[in-house]
Design a protein around this ligand. Sequence first.
Ligand SMILES: Nc1ncnc2c1ncn2[C@@H]1O[C@H](COP(=O)(O)OP(=O)(O)OP(=O)(O)O)[C@@H](O)[C@H]1O
Length: 235
Amino acid sequence: MSTDSQLKELALHDITVRFGGLTALDSVSLRVAPGRIVGVIGPNGAGKTTLFNVICGFVQPTSGSLTLDGSPWRPRPHHLSRLGIARTLQGVGQFSGMTVLENVMVGARHRHAESEALAALDRCGVARYADAHPGALPYAIRKRIELARALVAKPRILMLDEPAGGLDADEIAWLGALIKETGTTVLLVEHHMDLVMSVCDEILVLDFGKSIALGSPAEISANPKVTEAYLGAAA
Ligand SMILES: Nc1ncnc2c1ncn2[C@@H]1O[C@H](COP(=O)(O)OP(=O)(O)OP(=O)(O)O)[C@@H](O)[C@H]1O
């Protein structure tokens, strides 16, 4: 198995996931090269979260395979942090019985967990809430804490699941700048198109589990299949 010091490229090869009669992913392939920001978009139910769940080992593909640096890889949730893969959740799943600082320390991997957690909170502009309890804080602040928890371990791959959900325009602009400056490989599932188009190097578009387009933001914006998929979803 790859260790985090070797982790460079993640790839999905012809991944299919079936839930009973429903095909949530249909032979989807994706290569995530080091340092790239890769967006995964598509209408509701397109298979975006399922794709994330496959990478995290929460869902086993019906067929297809994954590789890390070209070697076969079977993801397991409890190996992710050792491999340098961190994921934020759609909501804000923080432990209410712990302070903000303690929540972020859960994600730290090193002996200096407290100073690293404080640095991550600072980077996300929320260090002043370190001793507060997350349940008492506004949603946008808790989203920032969730990001700090993912960033504290300095992941090789940062998986962001709808990080802009529930944020206002200023918060989304801040988030976009943070994503760009992390310098890490990012996989981003997001409905907020302005954010996706402004931060991603490459975008995969899913529709009913199928990969219908893969390309740069400019290519995706100009792709009629993508417009059709979204218009169809809105109809
Ligand atoms: N555990 C499951 N069991 C059965 N069906 C599931 C399961 N998980 C997802 N699905 C179905 O698979 C399809 C893809 O779902 P998924 O959550 O991956 O889509 P999504 O693109 O993330 O959607 P959204 O944008 O609404 O979050 C949907 O039809 C969903 O109902």
